[in-house]
Design a protein around this ligand. Structure first.
Ligand code: ASP
Length: 344
């Protein structure tokens, strides 16, 4: 059964050297442990180490020579920019130093997975596959989804078709693009969606199948270089709603961030309260308008344009923040940053 499956998937090298896959572990529910098999919402994320996750799926050793490295072991709300920079630099080193490496899998909590995926999509400088994987149920749960997700992520990075597609997110038998994917449900296993744009492909028992490829700039075509960086410029997100007070925005503006992303209403609109606070500010940071809606483009719009605000196109606020942080490592010229928001 296994032999048929592996041959059909085109990944088994019987009698030959297995391709090398690195698994970089950062924690999350996939490494979570609960008190019992029915502890589905109360458990400790980031309890198991990467070696244990790989060992629990012996099928992986049949198709790949796996090297495991523990980068962190946290719930993904505790991820940091320092960990992102470590991941980007480590992946570049692995690909540069080890030509036998077919791909890299990152085990990660699902809560902020889309952010890490998009950051790496813009900063990894190789076209070999990188896939993020997690799970919605801890390792101790009945019907835990982590083991199959992990096997599928390894199979995805081994598939030659995964090369050049940017960073991938693999859960629930589906492959999504880092730029498009978002977590859409707090608890369900089918939480990762690329709304309106759809999956890139599937990982089934017989093969990995692709149906489309990302068209925006990523990885080898990205202009961003974090190799010499220890931190990123401070960019915060402000959420819009009916009749906000100016308290939070004024305090934020006074604290001098390098950038602000607005999760505006509709197609990225701000209230007069917010616009006035910006007009009054002694120093304006670079500002980007995204939307709290979850789907669709934010186009240019007066009077926001004349306040110097840059539209985020269809990047959600948390991804617009990542692009703005990276943009600010190169320039604070709004025209240049506007170009970047059109290209990435
Ligand atoms: N519940 C989260 C997860 O699915 C925990 C986290 O993001 O680390 O992994």
């Amino acid at each position: 059964m296994n032999i048929v499956l592996l041959l059909a998937a085109g990944t088994a090298l019987i009698g030959a050297e297995l391709p090398v896959v690195w698994v970089l572990s950062t924690g999350g529910t996939i490494a979570g442990q609960g008190a019992s098999s029915t502890s589905l919402t109360n458990y400790k994320a980031g309890a198991l180490r990467g070696e244990a996750l790989v060992k629990a799926v012996p099928e992986i050793a049949q198709i790949a020579d796996v090297r495991v490295e523990q980068i962190a072991n946290v719930g993904s709300a505790e991820l940091t920019i320092a960990i992102w920079l470590t991941l980007a630099k480590r992946i570049d080193k692995i690909f540069t130093a080890e030509p036998r490496t077919a791909g890299v899998v990152i085990t990660h909590g699902t809560n902020t997975m889309e952010e890490t995926a998009y950051f790496l999509n813009l900063t990894v400088r190789h076209d070999r596959p990188v896939a993020l994987v997690g799970s919605m149920r801890p390792s101790t749960a009945i019907s835990a989804d982590g083991p199959l997700n992990l096997l599928n992520a390894v199979r995805t990075v081994l598939a030659p078709e995964s090369r050049g597609k940017g960073v991938l997110v693999v859960l629930n038998d589906e492959i999504n693009a880092a730029r498009d994917v978002t977590k859409t449900n707090t608890l369900r296993v089918q939480t990762f969606r690329s709304p309106e744009l759809g999956v890139l492909g599937y990982v089934d028992g017989d093969r990995v199948s692709y149906y489309r490829a990302p068209v925006k700039r990523h990885t080898v075509n990205s202009e961003f270089d974090v190799s010499g960086l220890k931190e990123l410029p401070q960019v915060e997100i402000v959420y819009s709603y009916v009749e906000p007070s100016a308290v939070m925005l004024e305090a934020l503006l006074a604290s001098g961030p390098k950038g602000i992303v607005f999760a505006g209403t509709g197609a990225g609109l701000l209230s007069n309260v917010e616009k006035k606070a910006i007009q009054k500010a002694e120093r304006r940071p670079v500002m980007v308008r995204s939307s709290r809606v979850g789907n669709g483009r934010v186009p240019p719009n007066e009077p926001h344009d004349s306040l110097g605000m840059i539209p985020a196109d269809n990047l959600n606020p948390q991804k617009a923040r990542i692009l703005l942080m990276l943009a600010l490592t190169k320039t604070s010229d709004p025209a240049e940053i506007r170009r970047m928001f059109g290209e990435y």
